[in-house]
Design a protein around this ligand. Structure first.
Ligand SMILES: *Cc1c(COP(=O)(O)O)cnc(C)c1O
Length: 229
Protein backbone atom coordinates (compact mmCIF):
# COMPACT_ATOMS: atom_id res chain seq x y z
CA UNK A 1 0.00 0.00 0.00
CA UNK A 2 1.17 3.53 -0.69
CA UNK A 3 1.89 5.83 2.22
CA UNK A 4 -0.99 8.15 1.34
CA UNK A 5 -3.38 5.18 1.27
CA UNK A 6 -2.16 3.87 4.61
CA UNK A 7 -2.63 7.27 6.20
CA UNK A 8 -6.11 7.69 4.74
CA UNK A 9 -7.06 4.19 5.86
CA UNK A 10 -5.85 4.74 9.44
CA UNK A 11 -7.53 8.13 9.53
CA UNK A 12 -10.87 6.56 8.56
CA UNK A 13 -10.46 3.86 11.24
CA UNK A 14 -9.64 6.48 13.90
CA UNK A 15 -12.65 8.57 12.90
CA UNK A 16 -14.89 5.50 13.08
CA UNK A 17 -13.58 4.54 16.54
CA UNK A 18 -14.20 8.11 17.75
CA UNK A 19 -17.73 8.05 16.34
CA UNK A 20 -18.49 4.67 17.97
CA UNK A 21 -17.40 5.93 21.37
CA UNK A 22 -18.86 9.44 21.12
CA UNK A 23 -15.46 11.09 21.16
CA UNK A 24 -14.25 14.06 19.21
CA UNK A 25 -11.64 13.33 16.54
CA UNK A 26 -9.53 16.29 17.74
CA UNK A 27 -9.05 14.62 21.10
CA UNK A 28 -6.95 11.82 19.62
CA UNK A 29 -3.41 12.58 18.50
CA UNK A 30 -1.27 10.37 16.31
CA UNK A 31 2.37 9.67 17.04
CA UNK A 32 3.77 8.24 13.80
CA UNK A 33 6.36 5.70 14.93
CA UNK A 34 9.19 5.70 12.41
CA UNK A 35 11.46 3.06 13.96
CA UNK A 36 10.86 0.52 11.17
CA UNK A 37 11.33 2.94 8.28
CA UNK A 38 14.03 5.04 6.63
CA UNK A 39 14.62 8.74 7.13
CA UNK A 40 13.20 9.29 3.64
CA UNK A 41 9.95 7.56 4.54
CA UNK A 42 9.75 9.53 7.78
CA UNK A 43 10.23 12.73 5.77
CA UNK A 44 7.49 11.66 3.37
CA UNK A 45 5.17 11.03 6.33
CA UNK A 46 5.84 14.56 7.55
CA UNK A 47 5.04 15.83 4.05
CA UNK A 48 1.68 14.09 4.36
CA UNK A 49 0.94 16.14 7.45
CA UNK A 50 2.00 13.80 10.25
CA UNK A 51 3.46 16.27 12.71
CA UNK A 52 4.20 14.07 15.70
CA UNK A 53 6.81 11.36 15.26
CA UNK A 54 8.03 8.69 17.64
CA UNK A 55 11.22 6.68 18.06
CA UNK A 56 12.15 4.17 20.74
CA UNK A 57 15.96 3.99 20.62
CA UNK A 58 18.35 6.93 20.57
CA UNK A 59 21.03 5.48 18.21
CA UNK A 60 18.38 4.64 15.58
CA UNK A 61 16.54 7.92 16.08
CA UNK A 62 19.55 10.21 15.78
CA UNK A 63 19.67 10.60 12.01
CA UNK A 64 15.91 11.10 11.70
CA UNK A 65 15.50 13.63 14.49
CA UNK A 66 18.51 15.62 13.31
CA UNK A 67 17.27 15.83 9.75
CA UNK A 68 13.55 16.26 10.52
CA UNK A 69 13.03 19.23 12.76
CA UNK A 70 10.93 21.75 10.90
CA UNK A 71 7.31 21.46 11.97
CA UNK A 72 7.84 18.06 13.59
CA UNK A 73 7.67 17.23 17.28
CA UNK A 74 9.46 14.09 18.41
CA UNK A 75 8.20 11.69 21.05
CA UNK A 76 10.57 9.31 22.82
CA UNK A 77 8.55 6.14 23.39
CA UNK A 78 11.04 3.41 24.34
CA UNK A 79 13.02 2.35 27.35
CA UNK A 80 15.34 5.25 28.13
CA UNK A 81 18.77 4.80 29.66
CA UNK A 82 19.76 7.65 31.96
CA UNK A 83 23.02 8.21 30.09
CA UNK A 84 21.07 8.90 26.87
CA UNK A 85 18.99 11.68 28.43
CA UNK A 86 21.60 14.35 27.67
CA UNK A 87 21.13 13.79 23.94
CA UNK A 88 17.43 12.94 23.93
CA UNK A 89 16.49 16.11 25.81
CA UNK A 90 17.58 18.34 22.91
CA UNK A 91 15.56 16.63 20.21
CA UNK A 92 12.42 15.31 21.83
CA UNK A 93 9.41 17.25 23.09
CA UNK A 94 7.79 14.33 24.93
CA UNK A 95 9.01 11.27 26.83
CA UNK A 96 6.39 8.52 27.07
CA UNK A 97 8.50 6.09 29.08
CA UNK A 98 9.12 7.67 32.46
CA UNK A 99 9.30 4.57 34.65
CA UNK A 100 11.71 5.18 37.52
CA UNK A 101 12.92 7.88 39.88
CA UNK A 102 16.56 7.75 38.79
CA UNK A 103 15.46 8.54 35.22
CA UNK A 104 13.18 11.33 36.44
CA UNK A 105 16.07 12.89 38.35
CA UNK A 106 18.33 12.76 35.31
CA UNK A 107 15.65 14.39 33.13
CA UNK A 108 15.14 17.05 35.81
CA UNK A 109 18.86 17.80 35.90
CA UNK A 110 19.22 18.10 32.12
CA UNK A 111 15.94 19.95 31.56
CA UNK A 112 16.68 22.50 34.26
CA UNK A 113 20.13 23.13 32.78
CA UNK A 114 18.54 24.25 29.51
CA UNK A 115 15.51 25.72 31.30
CA UNK A 116 13.06 23.71 29.25
CA UNK A 117 10.48 21.61 31.05
CA UNK A 118 10.01 18.13 29.59
CA UNK A 119 6.54 16.77 28.97
CA UNK A 120 6.31 13.21 30.23
CA UNK A 121 3.99 10.26 30.56
CA UNK A 122 4.38 7.79 33.39
CA UNK A 123 4.67 4.32 31.88
CA UNK A 124 2.54 1.80 33.73
CA UNK A 125 2.89 -1.95 33.45
CA UNK A 126 -0.83 -2.62 33.72
CA UNK A 127 -0.70 -6.21 32.56
CA UNK A 128 2.09 -7.10 35.00
CA UNK A 129 4.07 -9.00 32.35
CA UNK A 130 7.63 -9.40 33.59
CA UNK A 131 9.20 -8.35 30.30
CA UNK A 132 7.34 -5.05 30.18
CA UNK A 133 8.73 -1.78 31.49
CA UNK A 134 6.73 0.56 33.69
CA UNK A 135 5.76 1.07 37.29
CA UNK A 136 3.13 -1.28 38.67
CA UNK A 137 -0.38 -0.03 39.45
CA UNK A 138 0.52 -0.33 43.13
CA UNK A 139 3.66 1.81 42.78
CA UNK A 140 1.97 4.46 40.65
CA UNK A 141 0.40 6.78 43.27
CA UNK A 142 3.60 7.17 45.31
CA UNK A 143 5.66 7.61 42.14
CA UNK A 144 3.33 10.35 40.86
CA UNK A 145 3.54 12.09 44.23
CA UNK A 146 7.34 12.03 44.24
CA UNK A 147 7.39 13.66 40.81
CA UNK A 148 5.78 16.75 42.32
CA UNK A 149 9.24 17.64 43.61
CA UNK A 150 10.68 17.89 40.11
CA UNK A 151 9.67 21.18 38.58
CA UNK A 152 11.18 20.60 35.13
CA UNK A 153 9.17 17.44 34.65
CA UNK A 154 5.62 18.04 33.58
CA UNK A 155 3.55 14.88 33.72
CA UNK A 156 0.74 14.98 31.16
CA UNK A 157 -0.67 11.54 31.76
CA UNK A 158 -0.08 7.80 31.64
CA UNK A 159 1.25 5.44 29.00
CA UNK A 160 0.98 1.69 28.64
CA UNK A 161 1.71 -1.11 26.21
CA UNK A 162 -0.83 -3.91 26.05
CA UNK A 163 0.36 -7.47 25.55
CA UNK A 164 0.35 -8.51 21.91
CA UNK A 165 -2.64 -10.75 21.26
CA UNK A 166 -4.40 -11.94 18.12
CA UNK A 167 -7.74 -10.52 19.14
CA UNK A 168 -7.39 -6.82 20.08
CA UNK A 169 -10.65 -7.05 22.03
CA UNK A 170 -8.68 -8.88 24.74
CA UNK A 171 -6.62 -5.73 25.38
CA UNK A 172 -9.67 -3.69 26.37
CA UNK A 173 -9.33 -4.32 30.15
CA UNK A 174 -5.71 -3.07 30.04
CA UNK A 175 -6.76 0.22 28.48
CA UNK A 176 -9.80 0.75 30.68
CA UNK A 177 -7.62 0.02 33.71
CA UNK A 178 -5.12 2.74 32.68
CA UNK A 179 -7.98 5.16 32.44
CA UNK A 180 -9.23 4.21 35.91
CA UNK A 181 -5.74 4.63 37.32
CA UNK A 182 -5.55 8.15 35.92
CA UNK A 183 -9.00 9.05 37.24
CA UNK A 184 -8.01 7.80 40.69
CA UNK A 185 -4.75 9.81 40.72
CA UNK A 186 -6.75 12.88 39.80
CA UNK A 187 -9.51 12.24 42.34
CA UNK A 188 -6.87 11.86 45.06
CA UNK A 189 -4.92 14.85 43.74
CA UNK A 190 -1.66 12.96 43.80
CA UNK A 191 -0.06 15.12 41.13
CA UNK A 192 0.16 18.90 41.12
CA UNK A 193 -2.07 19.26 38.08
CA UNK A 194 -4.80 17.00 36.71
CA UNK A 195 -3.50 14.37 34.30
CA UNK A 196 -5.36 14.54 31.00
CA UNK A 197 -3.61 12.23 28.59
CA UNK A 198 -3.53 8.53 27.91
CA UNK A 199 -0.85 7.28 25.52
CA UNK A 200 -2.13 3.85 24.53
CA UNK A 201 -2.86 1.85 21.41
CA UNK A 202 -0.52 0.60 18.68
CA UNK A 203 -1.04 -0.83 15.18
CA UNK A 204 -2.74 -3.92 16.49
CA UNK A 205 -5.09 -2.40 19.04
CA UNK A 206 -5.52 1.36 18.49
CA UNK A 207 -9.26 1.25 17.84
CA UNK A 208 -9.97 -0.45 21.16
CA UNK A 209 -7.61 2.01 22.89
CA UNK A 210 -9.50 4.97 21.39
CA UNK A 211 -12.80 3.51 22.54
CA UNK A 212 -11.30 3.35 26.03
CA UNK A 213 -10.08 6.95 26.02
CA UNK A 214 -6.66 7.13 24.35
CA UNK A 215 -5.58 10.71 23.62
CA UNK A 216 -2.38 9.61 21.84
CA UNK A 217 -2.06 6.48 19.76
CA UNK A 218 1.43 5.36 18.76
CA UNK A 219 1.29 3.90 15.27
CA UNK A 220 4.17 2.31 13.40
CA UNK A 221 3.62 -0.42 10.83
CA UNK A 222 -0.07 0.21 10.14
CA UNK A 223 0.58 3.88 9.39
CA UNK A 224 4.04 4.37 7.90
CA UNK A 225 4.86 0.75 7.08
CA UNK A 226 7.79 -1.46 7.94
CA UNK A 227 10.86 -1.64 5.69
CA UNK A 228 11.71 -5.11 7.04
CA UNK A 229 8.47 -6.70 5.89
C1 LIG B 1 7.23 0.19 18.15
C2 LIG B 1 6.36 0.84 19.13
C3 LIG B 1 5.09 1.30 18.76
C4 LIG B 1 4.48 1.12 17.38
O1 LIG B 1 4.41 -0.22 17.03
P1 LIG B 1 3.43 -0.74 15.87
O2 LIG B 1 2.92 -2.04 16.37
O3 LIG B 1 4.26 -0.88 14.65
O4 LIG B 1 2.35 0.26 15.70
C5 LIG B 1 4.32 1.92 19.74
N1 LIG B 1 4.78 2.10 20.99
C6 LIG B 1 5.99 1.69 21.37
C7 LIG B 1 6.43 1.92 22.78
C8 LIG B 1 6.83 1.04 20.46
O5 LIG B 1 8.04 0.63 20.86
Amino acid sequence: MKLSERIADVEARIAAACARSGRSREDVGIVAVTKYVSTDTAAAAAQHGLRHMGENRWPDAKEKVESLKEGVEWHFIGRLQSRKVAQVIHHFSYIHSLDRMSLAEEIEKRASAIEQPMRCFIQVNVSGEETKAGVTSEELPAFAEKLNELSYIRVLGLMTMAPYVEDPEETRPVFSRLRELMDKLNAERRYREPLQHLSMGMSNDFEVAIEEGATWVRLGSVLVGNDNE
